[in-house]
Design a protein around this ligand. Structure first.
Ligand SMILES: Cc1cc2nc3c(=O)[nH]c(=O)nc-3n(C[C@H](O)[C@H](O)[C@H](O)COP(=O)(O)O)c2cc1C
Length: 202
């Protein structure tokens, strides 16, 4: 069983990445052999979907960029949970995140591959209330279109997902509340995925 964390910041190793590490560590702590895989989009060339329709009947895309290298990891049947992490840009997900999400349409069109995966969202802004919740809900909308099972950050914080801000002195790592929501989100995604594991996933 695997939980994927997709970090959509164009800046490698920065706040979104650090929050995702916290999130995935909490997922692993749920035990039972659960593994995590962190995909960083930083440095990858992932262009927007051109709506050509070529992926209507095949798990492939004619755009020659780095998305193809992610397909086997995203399609892996061992994956039971997916956490998408994005910086907040102008109150919304970063363009890199949107491009990634749109290119994932191939998994919906070819057997609903993400169906019943547990979905969680992590958003990092430069300020405390910079649009993290709106951003999370927009990413969750895409997860719902895949027939995924979206979860909150679980108890005791239990709202929309992980809401982190990087503008505090010392950066995101010093945002104690935000990092708590990141940890709770990873725990909740893993917990629900483990509860669902004996059900028919498709
Ligand atoms: C184009 C742009 C727009 C941004 N808009 C917002 C915003 O609306 N709200 C916010 O809280 N932070 C905003 N930020 C700040 C980033 O969300 C913040 O720096 C975050 O830490 C970036 O994630 P990273 O450190 O993983 O790259 C913006 C940054 C950029 C570059």
């Amino acid at each position: 069983m695997k939980v994927l964390g997709i970090c959509c910041s164009p800046r490698p190793g920065q706040a979104t990445f650090k929050a995702m590490q916290v999130c995935l560590a909490a997922a692993r702590e749920q035990g039972e052999g659960l593994k995590t895989v962190l995909i960083e989009l930083a440095g990858l060339d992932i262009r927007p979907c051109l709506a050509c329709g070529e992926c209507n009947s095949q798990l492939a895309c004619p755009i020659e960029d780095d998305f193809a290298s992610l397909i086997p990891t995203l399609a892996d049947e061992e994956v039971v949970g997916m956490i998408i992490g994005t910086p907040v840009y102008f109150g919304m997900m970063a363009a890199q995140c949107k491009a990634f999400i749109d290119r994932c349409v191939m998994f919906r069109r070819n057997g609903w591959i993400f169906r019943n995966r547990v979905g969680g969202v992590l958003a990092v802004g430069g300020v405390r209330n910079g649009g993290q919740e709106l951003t999370i809900q927009a990413v969750q909308a895409a997860m719902l279109c895949h027939d995924m099972v979206c979860v909150s950050d679980g108890q005791p914080t239990a709202h929309f997902g992980a809401t982190v801000f990087s503008g505090t002195a010392g950066g995101a790592e010093r945002d104690d509340f935000g990092m708590q929501t990141a940890s709770h989100l990873g725990k909740r995604v893993a917990e629900v995925a483990l509860r669902m594991r004996n059900t028919n996933r498709r």
